[in-house]
Design a protein around this ligand. Structure first.
Ligand SMILES: Cc1cc2nc3c(=O)[nH]c(=O)nc-3n(C[C@H](O)[C@H](O)[C@H](O)COP(=O)(O)O)c2cc1C
Length: 463
């Protein structure tokens, strides 16, 4: 099979990607204490850059400095002020050693009701559009999550031996079961509770929302100065920006609630303020769930209208996802692949020719088909990039049989959610990249620079 189409260059704002293969944004929790980028962060990304990805999109980096941001529970990477800058610049410089690899930061205004403040700041509820708590319906847990829950709690495996029964329960049967399930979770896997039942958040004031819009634009401008080539606004998966878009979580009656234009105002204001600071051509994208896939949530038709509003507000590329924490099977971890392409035509039409990124692939054949369909311009790999950082170069070399395939076991995500060092069940290197620099420091550009220096050093006499 000829995969040349995957390796055609593609324009994104004022930059050109060397191929149509991106790595999806993924928070693996490798950030150092207090949200500083760590050596493991850099090594993790550098190995994927070495593997040939044309665009690396970072994990969601949070610019919200306030205690009500809601994001502390997972120790995310931060970009809230100058103290964080040098660590980001080290990483972008490293990734640029890899033959034209471009780096996009995914910047987030926070997690709102989908994250808890750290135990030490429990006095400070997370800020959200409205005081509506998150509540996961456990019937949405798919095979991957089922596997992980049973791994962490053999007792749960005994209580619910067949999750298919749970998945097919009607509302009455589920209601009679849910308290037992929650009590079990509280006892056996308490780390998971905050993902399932959220605290009631606090309604953000208008000055607080405007403050976030302004700060976002400042940090976005800083990100470009730190070497990022592109920036994506984090607005999918039920996080803070998505909470504003969704009528399920946004019950406001002011200029940030009600009509779709009002619910999208936080996002469109953020885009306009950012565009004003970074100039007309820099790649400024938005990631959106193509459909919330929850009753009363934002629908695909509305999301398509949001894409058009974002385009008018200055976005020039779009990245598709789906769902929210309340529907974790769909949002983060489809058991299979190519589930998101169904939203691509709507995005593509509303984007009026601007590039669209579509994730959720394992096999190069499926990714190629999505590109050839014309509904997407860039394909992106999430968990498959964890399983095999060398996917792009293996495809380019025709070594398809050598690709290590993602098992869709959801180990990576469960480790993140339960505050463990993220690992992968098919790739033993994951989480240990910093101990194997020989795997990515072989980049010719870096070697040439280093050789120049070491050669000169060798000429110097010993004194
Ligand atoms: C461990 C993990 C962390 C993730 N973190 C983020 C994130 O920070 N931002 C984001 O937009 N999506 C995040 N995602 C979702 C992925 O970008 C992607 O949409 C999802 O994994 C489905 O694609 P895949 O089937 O290729 O993995 C994460 C996924 C995983 C598995």
């Amino acid at each position: 099979m000829n995969f040349d189409r995957l390796f055609e260059p593609v324009a994104l704002g004022d930059i050109t990607l060397k191929n149509c293969i991106a790595m999806s944004p993924m928070n693996l929790g490798y950030t150092g204490p207090n949200g500083y980028h760590s050596d493991q962060n850099t090594a993790w990304y550098a190995l994927r850059a070495r593997g040939g990805f044309g665009l690396i999109i970072t994990e969601c980096v949070v610019m919200n400095p306030h205690r009500w941001g809601g994001q502390e529970s997972l120790n995310p990477s931060l970009l809230i002020d100058e103290r964080y800058y040098r660590f980001h610049s080290e990483m972008t410089e490293m990734l640029h050693h890899f033959n034209g690899c471009k780096v996009c930061i995914q910047l987030s205004p926070g997690w709102g009701r989908q994250g808890h403040p750290h135990a030490e700041s429990r006095d400070c509820p997370a800020g959200a559009p409205s005081p509506v708590p998150l509540q996961v319906d456990l019937r949405h847990l798919n095979k991957g999550w089922e596997k992980q829950i049973k791994r962490l709690s053999p007792e749960m495996a005994e209580l619910v031996p067949d999750f298919d029964v749970l998945r097919q329960m009607d509302d009455a049967a589920y209601a009679s079961m849910v308290d037992t399930l929650m009590a079990f979770t509280a006892e056996k896997i308490p780390e998971m509770l905050h993902i399932i039942y959220g605290d009631t958040p606090r309604e953000l004031t208008i000055p607080e929302i405007v403050d976030l819009e302004d700060r976002f634009a400042v940090q976005a401008q800083a990100a470009f100065k730190l070497g990022y080539d592109a920036l994506e606004v984090h607005a999918p998966h039920g996080y803070l920006m998505h909470q504003f878009l969704s009528p399920r979580s946004n019950r406001r009656h002011d200029i940030y609630g009600g009509s779709l234009e009002n619910r999208a105002r936080f996002l469109t204001n953020t885009l306009m303020k950012t565009r004003e600071r970074i100039g007309p051509d820099k790649p400024l994208g938005v990631r959106l769930s193509g459909d919330e896939l929850m009753p009363g949530g934002i629908t695909h038709d509305e999301v398509v209208r949001v894409v058009a509003l974002c385009r008018k507000a200055g976005a020039n590329f779009f990245n598709i996802s789906q769902g929210s924490y309340e529907n974790p099977g769909a949002a983060f971890a489809p058991d299979g692949e190519d589930e998101f392409t169904r939203w691509a035509p709507g995005f593509k039409e509303a984007a009026e020719g601007l590039p669209v990124i579509t994730p959720n692939f394992i096999h190069p054949e499926t990714a190629l088909k999505a590109l050839e369909s014309g509904s997407t311009d860039i394909i992106s790999l999430g968990r498959q990039a964890i399983a095999d950082p060398f996917w792009p170069v293996k495809v380019k070399e025709g070594r398809i049989g050598d690709i290590v395939k993602c098992a869709r076991c959801q180990r990576c995500y469960m480790d993140l959610m339960t505050a463990n060092w993220a690992r992968c069940s098919v790739n033993p290197l994951v989480g240990k990249e910093k101990y194997y620099p020989e795997l990515f420091l072989d980049t010719p550009k870096l070697q040439k620079k280093i050789a120049l220096f070491t050669k000169k050093a060798q000429d110097l006499p010993q004194i």
